[in-house]
Design a binder for this molecule. Sequence first.
Ligand code: NAP
Length: 425
Amino acid sequence: MGYEYDRVEVPDDGARIEVVDEEADELSVPENPIIPIIHGDGIGTDVGPAAQKVLNAAAEATGREIAWMRVYAGESGREKYDEHLPDDTVNAIDEHRVGIKGPLTTPVGAGFRSLNVALRQTLDFYANVRPTYYLDGVPSPMKAPEEMDMVTFRENTEDVYAGIEWEEGTDEVEQVREFVEEEMGFDDTMHDGPIGIGIKPITEFGTKRLVRKAIDYAIEHDRDTVTLVTKGNIMKFTEGQFSEWGMEVAEEEYPDEEVFAVPDSLWETTDDIDIPEDAVTVEERLADAMLQWMQLRTDEFEVMAMPNLNGDYLSDAAGAQIGGLGIAPGANFGDARVLAEPVHGSAPKRAGQDMANPTAMILSGRLMFDYIGWKDAADLIRDAVETTISGGEVTYDLARQREDAEKLGTTAYAEAIVDNLEDLA
Ligand code: NAP
């Protein structure tokens, strides 16, 4: 591709990750890949460098080295370029295929859309992926938090997040109201007076590529089930259609022995169905019921695929069950590209004090390693983080919920993880 960069350098001690097959998500990853990193705003300045330490240690312990390419966005982008999302940053992530970012503050003021949304849309990161699993020693409100081990695939580009909406009082909103009432015949449906209207687009293309990603992930990671989560009983032609298209992917694109689309799974039990023994099963569930089953029958769910808004609610609820924001990792997947990022935001009141918990950013890096096939390094990171937390070395957010733990700053906590990682390697 070969972009020209204005104010950042491509490291000359690393090699580029190359695409072998874009649709099949196949990359060729050197032992010294160039990986762009955005530290991020607020606590990003604390957790970014701390995560880098741990990721470096895991790479080195498994015979590799990362050539980091520091790029800028948010406040650091504004300082360096007078722009919140400079072209250098977007191009670096585009060219190098795999990157990691800390949280970015959404600038307050008219005309600013979220930088995160802009990045996801510009580079078509269409799946937001959040693994939610319990780490021993993390305080949780649940009786058996260790039963949670699921990965959510949230569609990232459509649904009510597509931004097709009209403000009350505008000519446009009145035009849409008139069209819906008079042309489409819904004249008794909306109350009179000021109104806001939004549109919820869900396409076959957007749905199928998301569900395909979730199924492929389940196959690759030896998971047994993929659950499609919608409110298809109410929003039949959007969410219901998502479910139908998702089941079509399972039925038509994979052999039954590999992926089995369970018929009528919304309303029937699977007791009388002959399911091939080693197949990944794909089932449908309703979102409201899912929110209670996640608590009552936690260990039944493994990979979940859903439209954007359901994914937003459900992945946060799942995250709370295993200890909350400071430890919840995530990543945005596109075709043969990934941008890892913690779930949390920039937590301005905790920024720059060397106190924030870097676990979420470290585990996001773990997800990035998993994506590029560095499974040994990814496992090492999980084990080292768990050893550190269960051994009682934690940051303030977990320390305040535990009586038996030592409170460490961000840097000291990352160093404790590195020590444990070197012992475990
Ligand atoms: P937030 O930044 O996630 O922080 C809310 C609270 O969660 C913090 O005050 C802190 O609680 C706790 N927390 C979050 N991350 C933590 C960590 N790593 N370690 C310890 N505690 C942590 O949410 P917000 O205050 O609503 O959002 C602030 C800014 O971030 C906004 O501009 C928002 O747009 C942006 N944001 C960005 C992203 C992203 O870049 N992907 C995501 C979400 C929000 P205590 O203070 O109680 O300890």
